[in-house]
Design a protein around this ligand. Structure first.
Ligand code: ADP
Length: 215
C-alpha cells in the first residue's frame, strides 16, 4: 500500500564533551543496520595507530584548500590555527543515496554550519543529567588534563545555550535509555509522511468497495 523513499538520514550529534556522544553512537552502531560514521578530512599529521579512511581522510593543505574552493565540504574549521578539519559532502551524500544513515558527531559551531547547507539533517543534542555528573564522568574518563577540563567546563554554558537550534534533546542519564531514545528518533524519521514515495489510494478505494459488499 505504501512505498517509502529509500533515502538515508544525516544525524548530527552534539553536546558538551563527556556527555556521552561516542558511547551512545558506539551502541547505535551495534544495534542499527545501515548506519555509517562520517569520516572527517584533516590536514594534520597521521598518528601511528590511525588508519587513513577509517579514522580520518588525511589530505594535504592544498587538497583541502581545493575542496573548500569547490564547495566539497559541508563545514570545516581550523584548529589551533594550523590544522584543517572538515566534513566531506560527496562521501556523505553518496552514502545517503544508498539508503544508509550517516552519524556526524560534531561541535555546535560545526553543526550550525551543516544546518545551513543541509537543513534536512536531524540535529540531536545530548545533555548530561547534571554538571556534577558530567564532571565525575570526565574525571573518570581521564583523557583530559586539568587545563583541558577547565577549558571544557568554561565552554559548557555557551554550548548548551544553542540547544534551541536542534530538533531533539536526549539526556544521557541511564545509558540504555539514552540509546533507546536516540535510536527511536532515527527510526521515527523513516515514518514521516514526506518519506512516502507512492501511496496507492486507488487500491485502497477498491478494497473499501470490496469490504462494503458483504457487510
Ligand atoms: P563524549 O563523546 O560526549 O565526549 P564519551 O562517550 O567519551 O563522551 O563519554 C564520557 C565518559 O562518560 C566515558 O568514560 C563514558 O564511558 C561515560 N559515560 C557515557 N555515558 C554514560 C552513562 N549514561 N552513565 C555513566 N557513564 C557514562
Amino acid at each position: 500500500m505504501i512505498k517509502r523513499k529509500n533515502k538515508g538520514d544525516l544525524i548530527v550529534i552534539s553536546g558538551p564533551s563527556g556527555c556521552g556522544k561516542d558511547t551512545i553512537c558506539y551502541k547505535l552502531f551495534e544495534i542499527r543496520e545501515n548506519l555509517v560514521k562520517s569520516i572527517s578530512l584533516t590536514t594534520r599529521t597521521k598518528r601511528d595507530y590511525e588508519i587513513d579512511g577509517k579514522d580520518y581522510y588525511f589530505v594535504s593543505e592544498e587538497e583541502f584548500q581545493n575542496k573548500i574552493k569547490n564547495g566539497d565540504l559541508l563545514e570545516y574549521a581550523i584548529v589551533h590555527q594550523k590544522d584543517y578539519y572538515g566534513t566531506p559532502k560527496d562521501k556523505i551524500f553518496d552514502i545517503l543515496k544508498q539508503g544508509k544513515d550517516v552519524i556526524l558527531i560534531i561541535d555546535i559551531q560545526g553543526a550550525l554550519k551543516v544546518k545551513e547547507k543541509y537543513p534536512e539533517a536531524i540535529f540531536i543534542f545530548i545533555l548530561p543529567p547534571s554538571i556534577s555528573e558530567l564532571k565525575k564522568r570526565l574525571i573518570k574518563r581521564n583523557t583530559d588534563n586539568k587545563e583541558a577540563l577547565v577549558r571544557r567546563f568554561k565552554s559548557i554554558y555557551k554550548e548548551i545555550n544553542e540547544i534551541n537550534k536542534y530538533n531533539y534533546v536526549v539526556v544521557n542519564d541511564n545509558l540504555d535509555d539514552a540509546v533507546y531514545k536516540t535510536n527511536a528518533i532515527i527510526e521515527s524519521q523513516k515514518l514521516r509522511v514526506d518519506r512516502i514515495e507512492e501511496f496507492d489510494l486507488d487500491s485502497i478505494e477498491e478494497e473499501i468497495h470490496e469490504a462494503l459488499i458483504d457487510l
